[in-house]
Design a protein around this ligand. Structure first.
Ligand code: SF4
Ligand code: SF4
Length: 407
């Protein structure tokens, strides 16, 4: 796709990057067939191709409007279009550029700016978030079911008590705590520590790590997001120097974002190389625990069948879809067929709050297909999807690591 950059953008590095991406798009439209917002709304401007066209117009000097911003805001960032695209268009990077350019040209209404600010302050303040969570759990009989279900702790009974593993091992790793996961589903990382210890791997404490930066990035607070990433990079490199072999992440949205650090810091002469080292060490838990390790684990007796929901950040963002399925199947679980597994559940960070109606529709479709075969549980790999699915699901929704018991 040929783009005539205006003088304003001719010397801008990010505009040049966007132009390179635009050139790789041949406008074939294959991506529209797997875009959840296009399938839902039927508007070309709510499809990947339509959004690409809007960003091209922007770089050619067209003044964006609130309507342009709306089409870009409605994108889930699920990257399903990237999996489908035969030309390898780096859509999410282009979307980042488009959103940044629109953000400084279109002023959002005060109420929207306020909501975005409150979300950042609330979700990233662990004390505030966990205290509110505790209060909501106490008042749960008085609250709507969708809210109370989404904050219910999900666990599986096991012969091994879930407690912090303190066993020392030669192999060491960093385990990302995440911002909301420790409060919502603390069992996930507790279980991960146990599984890693069972594999002879010790988790080094890295308590001062902040959010990976994804949340602020999605809310267009780029400076804040990059600062969080810089803090993490500095702390992790320090521990990598001391022998940590990997940064393990149990929330696929975070592992996907951390793997994007090199692109986010490509023009930062102090952090570009460091971001590359972090990228090399970042492993989603489904990359670190492997099929060859399965003989050390076993399935839970009480669970037979699973409806697997691969988060977009795992299957499209990191192309890691099949690994979890193979591991769970090898343990003897029956993975039921789920229609439209490639489509987003509508969680997408804060999308379920900022685009509530569209998100609710996507969730309804997703639950219908996940529950169709009456599996015992739903399994996923991302805290956002887990909480979102819990709002409407009638069965337990677990992180897949919780389905690994050990001998
Ligand atoms: S499938 Fe790829 S090349 Fe075709 S329109 Fe979509 S982004 Fe462009
Ligand atoms: S990222 Fe997802 S919602 Fe956005 S254009 Fe691509 S497929 Fe559609």
């Amino acid at each position: 796709m040929q783009t005539q950059l205006t003088d304003e953008f001719k010397h801008s590095v990010i505009a040049q990057q966007a132009n390179d991406i635009l050139r790789s798009c041949v406008h074939c439209g294959f991506c529209t067939a797997t875009c959840p917002t296009y399938l839902q709304l039927g508007d070309e401007l709510d499809s990947p191709r339509g959004r690409i066209y809007l960003i091209k117009q922007l770089l050619e000097g067209q003044v964006p409007s609130a309507k342009t911003q709306g089409h870009l805001d409605r994108c889930l960032g699920c990257r399903s279009c990237e999996t489908t695209c035969p030309s390898g268009v780096n859509y999410h990077r282009l979307l980042d550029v488009g959103r940044q350019l629109v953000e400084v040209r279109v002023t959002r209404p005060l109420s929207t700016r306020l909501l975005r600010f409150v979300l950042r302050r609330f979700l990233l303040n662990r004390f505030l978030f966990n205290s509110s969570l505790q209060l909501a759990r106490t008042l749960s009989p008085l609250l709507p079911r969708a809210l109370t279900r989404s904050i219910e702790k999900q666990s599986v009974a096991s012969a091994h008590r879930l407690q912090p593993s303190r066993q020392a091992h030669t192999r060491k790793v960093i385990l990302l705590d995440g911002c909301v996961q420790p409060g919502l589903q603390p069992d996930i990382n507790l279980k991960t520590r146990q599984l890693l210890s069972h594999l002879g791997v010790e988790v080094i404490d890295c308590l001062s790590t902040t959010c990976c930066g994804a949340l602020a990035h999605h809310l267009m607070a780029e400076t804040e997001s990059l600062q969080q990433a810089r803090n993490n990079i500095d702390r992790w490199l320090n521990l990598i120097d001391k022998g940590a072999e990997a940064i393990i992440v149990t929330t696929s949205g975070c592992s996907s974002h951390i793997k994007d650090y090199p692109a986010l810091f490509s023009e930062d002469k102090h952090y570009a190389e460091k971001a590359g080292i972090v990228h090399q060490h970042c492993k989603d838990i489904s990359e670190f625990i492997q099929l060859k390790d399965m003989p050390l684990f076993k399935k839970h007796e009480v669970i037979q069948s699973i409806a697997w929901h691969p988060p977009c950040s795992l299957q499209h963002g990191q192309q890691l879809h099949g690994k979890v399925k193979s591991m769970l199947t090898s343990l003897g679980y029956q993975l039921v067929e789920v229609k439209d597994q490639h489509l987003c559940c509508g969680s997408a960070g804060t999308y379920s709050i900022l685009q509530a109606d569209l998100s609710a529709q996507l969730l309804k479709n997703k639950i219908k297909y996940l529950e169709h075969k009456n599996a015992d549980v739903i399994a996923t790999a991302n805290i956002g999807c887990q909480s979102h699915l819990l709002k409407q699901s009638n069965r337990p929704v677990l992180h897949w690591v919780q389905l690994l018991d050990y001998k």
